[in-house]
Design a protein around this ligand. Structure first.
Ligand code: MN
Length: 328
């Protein structure tokens, strides 16, 4: 079975492939609070460019969360704080990020790069690139990256592991945003002799005991609102101290909230030193991206996040709950 893009999408892929072929030095980056889709796409594209003998660097605002360290070449990823100011890139490629602000400090490097390619599947994207391939139809940026890699050289096993991770992560294991390409691409990646079960296990089923202890504490904060349609969970800083954990260990918590019958929106409030980080999930009736955007955040209709600076957890909760309007 072949995957064929529409003419409009195919044109974008060709445009991007041409630049990747013709230029020499590349910076690849993605959004703050880096996730599986972002890292998988970055690494697959990195390998693709390396096979074309290009000079490539991946620099992200944040450190790579340890659950993604099994990915091939994950060691090449640098984070901004350990990077000297580097200026000599021909092209900057920004994956999975709706705006330039979303890439955090790496924006400082991007600003100095003469040509920017913007590849993203978020509905809200500010078209900040010289080439913008934006299409919210795709399940993940990994799905889009697949077409670019395929165009330039044959996808190898390492790339297949990265792209399968992207798709698994952003679809939550083929649950959300699955489209007519998703399974066909997944099959093509499995054909590269990857171990799909191992990837799912690495991402979703390797919770540490520490993380479980943190979850135990967090469960005590569960609160249901408006006839149980909103479920909230809070993680004050002291929970991390008590369980010797950090934010990385909250992976999956917010998804648990909407696994509860009847709950339409799950909201996780995480305390940071300078404010409250809010992660939201929706079963689809409520557009949580709209709420995130009100507070300068972003994401998708059913999965979004934002940061409320200099707020206490209870204040943040009040602000967000007040913004929630039912679209039923
Ligand atoms: Mn994504």
């Amino acid at each position: 079975m072949e995957v064929k893009l529409s003419k409009k999408n195919e044109k974008k892929v060709e445009e991007i492939a041409k630049i990747l072929k013709n230029r020499n030095t590349f910076l690849i980056t993605s959004h703050i609070n880096i996730d599986g889709d972002a890292i998988g796409s970055e690494l697959a594209l990195y390998i693709c460019l390396k096979k074309l003998n290009k000079k490539v660097k991946i620099i992200n605002n944040d450190k790579t969360p340890s659950i993604f360290k099994f990915l091939p070449f994950s060691k090449v990823i640098k984070n901004y704080s350990m990077t000297e100011q580097e200026n000599n890139f021909d092209v900057g490629i920004i994956l999975d990020s709706g705006s330039l602000d979303r890439i955090g400090n790496v924006k400082e490097i991007i600003k100095k790069i003469p040509f920017v390619i913007n590849i993203d599947h978020h509905l809200t994207n500010y078209n900040f690139g010289d080439i913008n391939w934006i299409n919210p139809y795709f399940s993940s940026s990994g799905e889009m990256t697949y077409f670019i890699c395929e165009k330039l050289n044959k996808i190898d096993r390492n790339q297949a592991i990265c792209l399968y991770t992207s798709i698994i992560y952003d679809t939550c294991g083929f649950v959300h945003r699955v489209n007519k390409y998703t399974m066909v691409i997944a099959k093509k990646l499995i054909d590269k002799r990857i171990n799909p079960e191992k990837i799912v296990q690495k991402i979703f089923y390797e919770k540490s005991i520490k993380a479980v202890n943190l979850f135990k504490l967090a469960l005590n904060t569960l609160k249901f609102d408006r006839k149980r349609k909103i479920c909230t969970m809070k993680i004050p800083l002291e929970f991390y101290e008590k369980t010797k954990t950090n934010e990385e260990h909250t992976e999956g918590f917010v998804d648990f909230l909407i696994s509860i019958k009847g709950v339409e929106v799950g909201i996780l409030f995480k305390e940071k030193k300078n404010g409250i980080k809010v992660s939201m999930r929706s079963k689809g009736k409520v557009d949580v991206e709209r709420i995130a955007k009100k507070f300068n955040g972003g994401g998708h209709r059913e999965a979004s996040g934002c940061f409320l600076e200099n707020r206490k957890i209870e204040e943040a909760e009040l602000l967000i709950i007040n913004e929630l309007k039912w679209t039923e």
